[in-house]
Write a protein that binds this ligand. Structure first.
Ligand code: OXD
Ligand code: MN
Length: 582
């Protein structure tokens, strides 16, 4: 096959010349092609079929044991000027990075098939969607891209019509961590990744394109590419509010996006639009609308069970690719906290032995089409996306942040987002864990200088007066003994309901220096075994801790020097003054 778009055809020819594959396969995205690739990988041993009775069309891939996670220290943003990448990114001069990568790609696909994967991030007919082409020598990447993106002929047609696409070049190379790099060239809208076959490093549509490159594109074009889930909450009267929520990795985004309402909230429904990434645009009327650029989930498996996430648990019983989970003697996938079955073989294919480690890798994953989720919203395919009523930030804070609070306005909300942090979960009892600053949950994913990113966020009120409200939640507050105070999971809907009530103007709130907090009884705790004292503690503001936090946040802003927007400094200082007066 060839493409009539010379920019694409020339690039494919050039890459083939340089990497020397045996064959070139242009992916059309059909079911037959998917099955053919799966069958080939089953023969070569890259995939193995799981129990066809209980897990039909499910496959297991075991990666190289040294290649099991994103590698932030090997991920670079190669802007022309180092300041444009900012202290939040590793930077390399683009010419140096390109020379390094060209050397690693030379002959890298010898003996392999080169797959050309045209894909569209977002509904294929959406004006907010953007396209890319990934060239890879990994059939595992090709089938994962089929589940995670709109991949194939329709995407190629759009690319040929528009003439524009993000170029992503990937090779698993020799999987040597010494020769592993993920390079982004935002000025050229291109990505080069070598030496890893793992998700975020290799499925270039996801973190590399839809967050790092897209965030850069979004700033130039006036929109936002964010590490946010998108969820629709339908109340018993049938009205639906859409929320976009940003939490650092491993804070339960997938679970929240698929939440099942508690018994005490009959008539409520939860609709999933996305579990990881949201692209946010202002529409003609000035409302913020969201699309999910992805069409599948690449979710963490361990911990998934009928209580924590029943929708996901049911969804991954068919048509799923598992990576690095364990297996039972019956050839079913198994993982820690599955709460059923026993592991027989671990994630490295060895006979399971608890002495040598966990059965499933803690970062083992499922890849599955979003449409298989029982709570899938058909609006995930709507070209115009959904209107966002509220943006919700959150992190893991044992003592600091109350269960929920509302920012006073957009500018204050930008500070709430910029000060997101998560504590290491190994925090000792009674001690506060180490805070990893993760502004807007974008620390590993913002493709340019955070200071410029905050300035971009701060520019939105100049363009519209219809921006959504901004909130912060913390499901992870603990008591003195390190026990979680809030039950979490489905019960989180009670907190989201308060957020909706605030959006509708139906409920009062207490004004405090950090924002608006629920009044006593504002969060419905009917049928929940939680005392008034615990609710008070969950909503308590520890002034001393907040003073320290605000000071640390100020110090953090200083590391970005005078590029930090004045409006953000003003918010930080305003809070400092208010906390002093208490
Ligand atoms: C992810 C992550 O894989 O955020 O989604 O790390
Ligand atoms: Mn993520």
């Amino acid at each position: 096959m060839t493409s009539k778009l010379s920019a694409l055809q020339d690039w494919v020819d050039e890459v083939a010349d340089h990497t020397q594959p045996n064959e070139i396969h242009w992916c059309n995205g059909s079911d037959a092609e998917f099955q053919q690739l799966v069958d080939e990988m089953t023969v070569s041993g890259t995939l193995s079929a799981l129990n066809p009775e209980t897990y039909p069309n499910c496959y297991l891939h075991l990666s190289d044991p040294s290649d099991v996670a994103r590698v932030e220290h090997l991920t670079f943003v190669c802007t022309r000027k180092q300041e444009d990448a900012g202290p939040n990114n590793n930077w390399m001069d683009p010419a140096e990075a390109r020379a390094k990568m060209d050397a690693l790609f030379e002959g890298a696909m010898r003996g392999r098939t080169m797959y050309v994967i045209p894909y569209c991030m977002g509904p294929i007919d959406s004006p907010y969607a953007r396209c890319g082409v990934e060239i890879t020598d990994s059939p595992y990447v090709a089938v994962n891209m089929r589940l995670m993106t709109r991949m194939g002929s329709a995407a190629l047609e759009r690319i040929e019509r528009e003439g524009k696409f993000v170029k992503g070049l990937h090779s698993t190379g020799d999987l040597d961590p010494e020769r592993r790099f993920i390079m982004h060239f935002p000025d050229e809208l291109s990505i080069m990744s070598v030496g890893s076959g793992y998700g975020g490093n290799a499925l270039l549509g996801k973190k590399c394109h839809a967050l790092r490159i897209a965030s850069y594109q979004a700033r130039n074009e006036g929109w936002l590419a964010e590490h946010m889930l998108i969820v629709g909450l339908e109340s018993p009267n049938g009205s639906v509010h859409y929320l976009a929520c940003a939490f650092p990795s491993a804070c339960g985004k997938t679970n929240l996006a698929m939440l099942i309402p508690p018994h005490s909230m009959p008539g409520w429904k939860v609709w999933t639009l996305g579990d990881d990434i949201a692209w946010l645009h202002l529409d003609d009327s000035g409302r913020l609308r969201a699309i999910n650029p992805e069409s599948g989930y690449f979710g963490v498996v361990p911990g998934t069970n009928a209580k924590t996430n029943k929708n996901a648990f049911d969804m991954i019983t068919h048509d799923t690719i598992f990576t690095n989970v364990a297996r039972t003697a019956d050839n079913e996938p198994w993982w820690e906290d599955k709460q059923t079955g026993e592991p027989a073989f671990d994630w490295q294919g060895r006979e399971y032995d608890p002495q040598i480690g966990k059965a499933a890798h803690p970062n083992s994953r499922f890849t599955v089409a979003a449409k298989n989720n029982p709570s899938y919203s058909a609006l995930a395919d709507a070209p115009e996306g959904v209107p966002i009523s509220a943006i919700v930030f959150g992190g893991r804070r044992a003592r600091l942040a109350p269960l929920v609070y509302e920012a006073k306005n957009w500018q204050h909300g930008v500070m709430v987002g910029a000060s997101v942090g998560s504590e290491t979960t190994a925090a000792a009892i009674g001690e506060v864990g180490v805070v990893r600053r993760d502004p807007m949950a974008m620390k590993p994913f913002c493709g340019y200088n955070f200071a410029d990113y905050w300035a971009h966020w701060m520019s939105f009120p100049d363009r519209t007066d219809k921006l959504p409200k901004i909130f912060h939640v913390n499901w992870f507050r603990q008591d003195q003994d390190g026990k979680f105070l809030w039950p979490g999971f489905g019960e989180n809907l009670r907190v989201l309901r308060w957020i909706i009530d605030r959006c509708e103007g139906d409920i009062g709130a207490k004004e405090t220096p950090i924002g608006f907090l629920p009044e006593d009884g504002g969060i419905d705790t009917a049928e929940l075994d939680i005392s008034d004292e615990t609710m008070k503690e969950l909503l308590r503001i520890d002034v001393e801790r907040w003073r320290t936090e605000n000071q640390h946040f100020g110090d953090y802003l200083d590391t970005f020097g005078d590029r930090v927007p004045e409006a953000l400094r003003v918010e930080q200082q305003r809070l400092a003054q208010k906390l002093e007066k208490l």
